[in-house]
Design a protein around this ligand. Structure first.
Ligand SMILES: NC(=O)c1ccc[n+]([C@@H]2O[C@H](COP(=O)([O-])OP(=O)(O)OC[C@H]3O[C@@H](n4cnc5c(N)ncnc54)[C@H](OP(=O)(O)O)[C@@H]3O)[C@@H](O)[C@H]2O)c1
Length: 252
């Protein structure tokens, strides 16, 4: 499947690296498009419409506000469209690309290293186009989780904002260790490896997180007391507030 990437910014570039496929690229900033093509292979297009005419799948990696401007140019030549634009609904994509199969994805930054998560909602004409190939393509750089479109916003709060939320936890834990004399880089490595191992353990055992807590924290022991300190400090309410804020801000 020949792919075209519109918008070689941070997410478009991360996705292109994760897909590991040569691409036709267009960006309003030509140097950004050149730099991405130098990394992943392919070629720079002279316009969005030229790009659309050269590929089987146009991947929209521009900002949501640029939907109309880009579609006015690209839509007539577009055969199928996948969008990663965060707030742009399927109905808006289908209005901008009339008669074209539409696939709506939300990626997260770890797609760049092949460990991403994509939320996926199918457009009304998805089955008329190359849906299976599109899903196989995206699955190269992350797990694809199919959702009803109204659930995209709470899912986004977890998996798209999630890397930033988790990075805050890493920094806080490592900082606490460094205050007790650990080297800062070593402290960060301890937390990152613990996080990766915990994720692998949860996944391998298909484990409820509460059960993992029980396995680590013996009653009355230091882990249990540490968990209580975190709860008393409002960690659970703080995550609730962050997710509520993202959902409210992204649902229109
Ligand atoms: N960053 C994330 O973690 C994340 C997660 C999920 C979804 N997304 C979605 O990914 C999309 C891109 O986000 P980003 O963070 O990568 O933004 P970004 O770095 O600003 O990238 C957007 C790129 O599109 C270019 N562009 C502007 N107008 C264009 C046009 N008419 N034709 C082609 N390219 C054009 C921009 O150039 P100029 O800078 O010159 O305008 C910029 O290089 C957004 O829709 C966002 O909602 C991002």
């Amino acid at each position: 499947m020949r792919i075209g990437i519109i918008g070689a910014g941070s997410m478009g570039s991360a996705l292109a690296r994760g897909l590991g496929e040569p691409a036709v690229v267009y960006d309003a900033d030509g140097e950004r498009a050149e730099a991405l093509v130098a990394e992943v292979g392919g070629r720079v297009a002279s316009s969005n419409s030229e790009l659309a005419g050269q590929v089987d799948l146009v991947i929209l990696c521009h900002k949501p506000a640029q939907l109309r401007e880009v579609a006015d140019d690209a839509a007539p030549a577009t055969k199928a469209v996948a969008s990663i634009a965060a707030g742009v609904r399927i109905s808006e994509l289908e209005a901008a690309y009339p008669g074209t199969p539409v696939y709506r994805f939300i990626p997260n930054l770890p797609v760049e290293v092949g460990r991403g998560v994509f939320c996926y909602a199918a457009g009304t004409r998805a089955a008329e186009g190359p849906e299976r190939e599109v899903l196989q393509l995206f699955a190269r750089s992350g797990v694809v989780i199919r959702l009803d479109e109204p659930l995209i916003e709470p899912a986004m709060a977890l998996m798209s904002c999630g890397p930033a939320f988790i990075a805050l936890v890493v920094g806080a834990m490592a900082g606490a260790g460094a205050r007790h004399g650990l080297d800062a880089a070593q402290a960060t490595r301890l937390v990152v490896e613990t996080m990766a191992g915990t994720a692998a353990y949860l996944d391998a055992n298909d484990l409820d997180p509460a059960e993992l807590r029980r396995r680590v924290a013996t009653p009355g022991g230091v882990t249990e007391r540490g968990l209580q300190a975190l709860e008393d400090g409002g960690v659970v309410q703080a995550f609730d507030a962050a997710v509520d804020l993202v959902v409210e801000a992204t649902r229109r």
